[in-house]
Structures are given as structure tokens and as C-alpha cells.
Design a protein around this ligand. Sequence first.
Ligand SMILES: [Zn+2]
Length: 455
Amino acid sequence: MMKKSLTLLAFLSLLLNGFSQNTDSVFIKQIFDNALTNRVAYQNLEVLTKIAPGRLVGSEESIVALKFFEKYFKELGVDTVYLQEFKTHSWACDSSSVSILKTKSPEVPLRCDALGTSVSTPESGIIAEVIEVQGLEDLETLGTEKIAGKIVFFNRPMKDTFINTFAAYGDAVDQRAHGPAEAAKYGATGAIVRSVTTSLDDFPHTGSSRFPDSRIPALAISTLAANQLSQELKENPKTKVRIFVQARDLPEITTYNLVAEIRGKVKPEEAIVVGGHIDSWFNSPGAHDDGAGCVMSCDVLRIFKELNIQNNRTIRAVLFMDEEMFQSGGKAYADFVGQSGKRPYLALEVDEGAFTPEGFSVDAPDSIVNKLHSFKPLLDPYGIKYIRKGGGGVDIYPLKKSGVPLVAYVTDPQRYFDMHHSGNDTFDKINYRELNMGTGCVTTLIYLIDKYGVE
Ligand SMILES: [Zn+2]
């Protein structure tokens, strides 16, 4: 008898489990139907890239972008919308140029953009010989004797042989991030860096360059320009270039993260954060990086509202300022929730472009990774290949120290670095379906986290 009722119980629970899986998959289909038939996120991204390209922290465009999303959330009728104010320093670039000097013909301009936070050159620029290197380790070999007074040209390409382009980026980016400061230690007067991109074209790709000590003018040139300069140096090792940068430090500015939320009906104090970064480099409309993450995060709230989901926990979109230069928005947000003692329940970052969904990576203890992984069968039909341990994201990273589980939405990485940090990151590179599939996947994961928790 006992055995029989246990079997019956097991059967019933299996049935119930199957039933809840089935009701979940039916509801998730509704989430995707909404995401895939709605043009709101796509249109928001079109407007954002039009009205606020180059929205680096401290720029007018960054405020235009904040106001645009603030208005959107207010019209959507979410429960709370506010700007979380903080102070930071910033930097702005006004103009830059690089050209090869020729003895008999005019200077040959190369497509370039200054790296943040390059210093300015004199009005007439800096003219110097160029020394080409393949990496930071070459600086030590050459030494001050061969480097002092010259412009160091870092020309190691991003490797095509990596399957994941983020790994290829990680392999090459030290030249941009640390090369100029290292070159300065050997007395270089300036630095030129080959754009860290998978493309061979004429777009310069900027990015941040760290200067712990003394700063020198530093610029990125396009990959085509890098090849041209390298060829020129092969033919004439004494080739000189002129570099010019006009940039400003902004010592203290007031700026904001944008926060919008739908309050939880059962556990409002447990907030699930979804966000991207609102800023972009000065040279870029920032469609994939990270306008896409912003409009997708906005769309998660829209779908929750339109489907009238009775969320247990608070669903909170955070659009972070200044991911690109100093990550001041992410830090300010972590401080803000830290001080109020209201650490989020979980945070999910969307900052890998609007490409075909691939998976989610989770920075949390194994038990939480396993729990999130248990949702994967429900996302299988929508192309999610994995939910596994991995990195969270730059903006949400400061929340890690207070124990917040972090999740990153991961997309097909093959095309991201064609556009990254360049004028090529335009709205026309956004595919309507890929963007909306991403919104569907992110909304679904948040829906499941809210419904079942992660413990
Ligand atoms: Zn980004």
C-alpha cells in the first residue's frame, strides 16, 4: 500500500512537472510572439543612433540619450523611473589626424581616431620617425636608445585563427590598452595602434588606453592604414609621420545611470536587474555597442507590461553610463545599492551586440549555475545552446563583491569586432530578427528567474 501510494505520488509529481513545463513553454511562446512581432526596440535603436551618436560620458549626446530612454519608460507607464546621479571625470576628443610625410609629394593622410584618454599634441602636431613593433615585449628588446623621440607603431593584427573573436580581441588588445603607456616609459613621443578589429577596411577603432603615469598622444589607425604604413616603413625605415590630437580632460562632471522598474508583487525588495550601457565612443553611433543592449533591456519591461505578467520580484532595467572609459556608472550603481543595503537579487548584462542568440554565461556559485541551466530545455527551441559558468559583464561586475549572481547574454561573436568602437557600428548593421530573438531570450530567462528563483 505504502509502496503503491509512493509510486502514485511520483507519477503525480512527474505529471505536474510535465504540466508546469508545458504551461511554461506555452507562455514562453507568447513572450517570443510578442518580441518577434514588435518593432519598438528596433525603432528605438534607430532613433537613438540618429539623435545621439558619439554619446561618450560627459557629452551632450549622452544626456540626449538619457532623456530619450527616460521619456520612453515614462510613456510605457512603469512604476518607477529615475536618474541616479553621480560625479566622475571624463575626456573629450575634438579632432585628430595621422599622415605619412613624403619628401617630394604632399602628406598622405591615414584614417585615424584618438584613443581615450590621449593627451593633445601641439597645434602643429608631432613629427617623428616611426618604430614598428609587434607587441609590448618588443619595447624592452629595443630599449630607450631606439625608442626615445620616436612614435611607436603597434601593428600585431588580431588573429583570424581564434574561433571566438572575443578571445582574439583579448589576445591583441594589450597593444591598445597598455602599449602607449609602456612606450612612454621608453621616451616615445607618441603611439599609433593598429585597430583591434577582424575587418580589413578603413574604419579606425578606438578604445581606452590606460595611462597610470605619464600620458602621450595615442591614436588608432584603420587596418588598411596600418598595412600601408608598415609597407612604407619596409621601403623606407626612416619614414616620418605627423600625428595630431586635440583632446580635453573634463575633471568633474555630473552624470547619471537611468533606472526603471516594475515592482514585484510578492518580493518587491528582490530586484532582477537587466541592463546595458548608454554611452558609446565619440566616433561611433554605437548601434551594437551598446544601443542594442539598452533597447533590449527596455523591451523586457515592455513585454512584462504588455503580457500583464504578475512578477513576484521587481524587474529593473538599468542603463549604465560610462562603460567605455572609466566604468564609473557600474561602480556608482554598486555603491548606490550598497549604501542603501538593497543588493539586487541577480543582474543580467546585455553588451555583446544584437547578433543571433547563443547562450548565457553565469558568474555565480555552481548551485545557481545549475539552477539556471535547468531552464535551458525551455530555451532550446529558440537557439540557446548553453547556460554555463562564465563571465558576467563589465557594468554589473562591481556587484559581485556583495554576492550578486551575474549573468551575461552571449551572441554569435563572428561579426562583433567588425564594428566595435568604430564609425562602422551603424543602425543598418542591426538585423531586426536577431535583435528581437535576443529580446525574447533575455525576457524568457528573466521570467523564469522571477518565477522559480535561483536557489
Ligand atoms: Zn559595450
